[in-house]
Design a protein around this ligand. Structure first.
Ligand code: F6R
Length: 257
């Protein structure tokens, strides 16, 4: 039975991010106390930056990430790790360089893999998630076109980690950081919708007025491949954490939690 994700309205991106960071901190420390690991699915982009700042703060206050394994949603194809727009670079700059996660526990799709090895690489990524015990909590952002990860409009719900072509809205949104649309990589590796839906819990963050329309659509009954975020209605443990601007157009009949 499809289920509309619950949504939580926060006055600012910072308050939403602090709430999610506290939830992640709880998960990580309770698992550590039980001698277990915690597996996080992570996103890049502007949205999770305040979350990563807060996780770094929690680490400075004593939270250990020694028992954490992470899987990033996606990576541009054709970018070296050290390229300033690679997601490898983003994640190390904003999070991994500032916490004590063991480097061997960090999984980010490799954007430098040759075409003939891509299929194997995607399979290895999926297998690593299974070996880690599955993702406990997946953090998502949302594209203005409704993409999650780089599952663009038209994506199917069963698909696993794969190579995809970026949609024109996605390229336009990335154009500024790449100094022009012609420099944005045309392809990326992304976890599939199926991979995302296998996470035990999903929290989608959305901040700012440019996300208001798509947030409302994702929270409106009706699953369509044209808005991949509507596939989250197939999962029974999804929360949207939105700030006032991103939540401004929500018409959902259920009140915020
Ligand atoms: C990034 C990702 C994308 C972004 C989305 C929103 O790893 O998977 O789906 O979450 O494009 O990007 P921002 O946060 O820059 O608006």
């Amino acid at each position: 039975m499809p289920k509309i994700p619950s949504y939580h309205l926060f006055p600012t991106a910072e308050t939403a991010s602090k709430t999610l960071a506290a939830e992640i901190g709880e998960l990580v420390s309770s698992r550590a106390a039980a001698g277990q690991s915690a597996v996080l699915g992570l996103a890049t982009g502007s949205t999770p930056i305040p979350l990563y700042e807060e996780l770094v703060c929690l680490h400075r206050k004593g939270l250990s990430f020694a028992n954490v394994t992470t899987f990033n949603l996606d990576e541009y194809l054709g970018l070296e790790r050290k390229h300033k727009e690679s997601y490898w670079h983003f994640m190390h700059t904003h999070l991994f360089d500032h916490i004590n996660i063991p480097p061997g526990n960090i999984y980010i799709p490799d954007g430098t893999i040759a075409d003939e090895n891509l299929q194997g690489h995607c399979l290895d990524f999926e297998n690593a998630i299974v070996r880690a015990g599955g993702i406990d909590l997946q953090v998502l952002g949302i594209g203005r076109n409704g993409h999650i990860g780089f599952n663009e409009p038209g994506a199917s719900p069963e698909v696993r980690t794969h190579v995809t072509s970026l949609n024109k809205v996605t390229i336009a949104d990335a154009a500024e950081s790449f100094d022009g649309p012609q420099n944005v990589p045309a392809r990326a590796i992304t976890m599939g919708v199926g991979t995302i839906l296998d996470a035990r819990r999903v929290v989608l963050l959305a901040f700012g007025g440019s996300k208001a329309g798509i947030v409302n659509r994702a929270l409106t009954p009706g699953i369509t491949s044209e808005v991949p975020a509507t596939y989250l209605q197939l999962h029974d443990n999804v929360s949207f954490f939105v700030d006032t601007d991103a939540g401004a157009a929500i018409e959902a009949s259920s009140p915020p939690e």
